[in-house]
Design a protein around this ligand. Structure first.
Ligand SMILES: [Mg+2]
Length: 137
């Protein structure tokens, strides 16, 4: 919860001022105020994440602009789609009672083992183990 009170009720949230818990509470409150919890099943929310990700991808279809070619309006539209994806991701974490920060931390630790810097620096290919078999898992 932000120092200003209920999520979304005080000063505008920013990356520097909001915690993941603040954002999860913001989304949960929005859903609860509308009594939409019955619709936020894990399946429905997971589907919604993908649908919103598709809307985000539409902004890069056909002629993807370079970052320095983005107009303020386009950046705002992309930000809104990113927010849609994030909102549903946070909602899924709420529905599943999942600690998203802990999940990200665990996944990044796993990724560090899977993609060690000394074997992956400057290229994206999945590293093969020294015996030439499948990549590290
Ligand atoms: Mg959208």
């Amino acid at each position: 919860m932000t120092p200003q009170g209920a999520p979304g009720a005080g000063a505008a949230l920013t990356d520097g001022r909001a915690t993941l818990a603040d954002l999860k509470a913001l989304v949960a409150r929005f859903i609860a105020e509308r009594d939409w919890q019955p619709y936020h099943t894990p399946r429905n929310v997971a589907v919604s994440i993908v649908l919103e990700a598709g809307e985000l991808l539409e902004h890069f279809q056909w002629s993807p602009p370079a970052p320095d070619e983005m107009t303020p309006e386009r950046r705002q539209q992309i930000g809104e789609e990113m927010a849609d994806v994030l909102a549903y991701l946070l909602s899924l974490a709420n529905v599943l009672d999942l600690d998203l920060a802990a999940a990200l931390d665990a996944k990044m630790r796993k990724n560090r083992r899977k993609y060690p810097v000394e074997r992956c620096l400057g290229h994206w290919e999945k590293p093969k183990n020294p015996e030439g078999g499948a990549g590290v898992e």
